[in-house]
Design a protein around this ligand. Structure first.
Ligand code: HEC
Length: 194
């Protein structure tokens, strides 16, 4: 009995010693490595560069700017600035891999996730387009252009009427077909499956 206890005590001492050693090495290591003042690339973002991405548009429309647009105008902008990557009408084309994902819900057989069958909030479209598209020139669209493109894509997905005017008041009221497919994640941890 006593022998076993002594062996255990030795283990504990060795363990504490090892932990102390690791801690000391870590302290010395982090203490000696100094961050360089500059990595020699990049530049400080200007106030206008920050302002271009410093916005967020919520599901209830909070954050939407002034301006408005319709699908007619949006379709023209789409042809000029988006069709090269997303296709002529934004639909999935069988056998062709376009540079951008499909944006318009196609046939019932198509499994592609699009704005029309997957996005829960219409306002996200405004936020996403203003922030990221066109892919090769993000941030270049005016607010009116974004409203028009939003109207065009919602209309092409048959979520709104062709002549609907989309602005800060009307966009949050658009109910997306996929909204009902989402459930609030109220899991408290553990293995519950939703
Ligand atoms: C140079 C190619 C290119 C151009 C031009 C372009 N896009 Fe995209 N777009 C992409 C790519 C690539 C993605 C996927 C990005 C990702 O998943 O991170 C994308 C994603 C999107 C999405 C998200 C789709 C989804 O369901 O996830 C939307 C909406 C969209 N683009 C709209 C537009 C609109 C509107 C324009 C015109 C103003 C445009 N895009 C121009 C390449 C492009």
């Amino acid at each position: 009995m006593q022998g076993k206890l002594r062996i255990k005590a030795v283990y504990v001492v060795v363990l504490i010693g090892a932990l102390l050693a690791i801690f000391l090495i870590f302290r010395l290591w982090t203490g000696n490595v100094k961050e360089p003042a500059s990595f020699g690339f990049g530049k400080t973002a200007t106030a206008s560069e920050i302002a271009a991405v410093d916005f967020d548009i919520r599901p209830d429309g909070k954050g939407l700017p002034a301006g408005s647009g319709t699908a007619d105008t949006g379709r023209l902008i789409y042809i000029a600035k988006c069709a090269s990557c997303h296709g002529e009408n934004g639909k999935e084309v069988k056998g062709i891999k376009l540079p951008g994902p499909p944006l318009v819900t196609g046939t019932a057989k198509s499994k592609a996730k699009t704005i029309g069958n997957y996005w829960p909030y219409a306002t996200t479209l405004f936020d996403y387009l203003k922030r990221t598209m066109p892919y090769n020139a993000p941030g270049s669209l005016t607010d009116n252009e974004v409203y028009s493109l939003t109207a065009y894509l919602l209309s092409a997905n048959k979520v709104i009427k062709e002549n609907a005017i989309i602005n800060a008041q009307s966009l949050p009221n658009v109910v997306m077909p996929a909204k009902k497919l989402f459930v609030i994640d109220d899991r408290k941890g553990g293995n519950e499956v939703k």
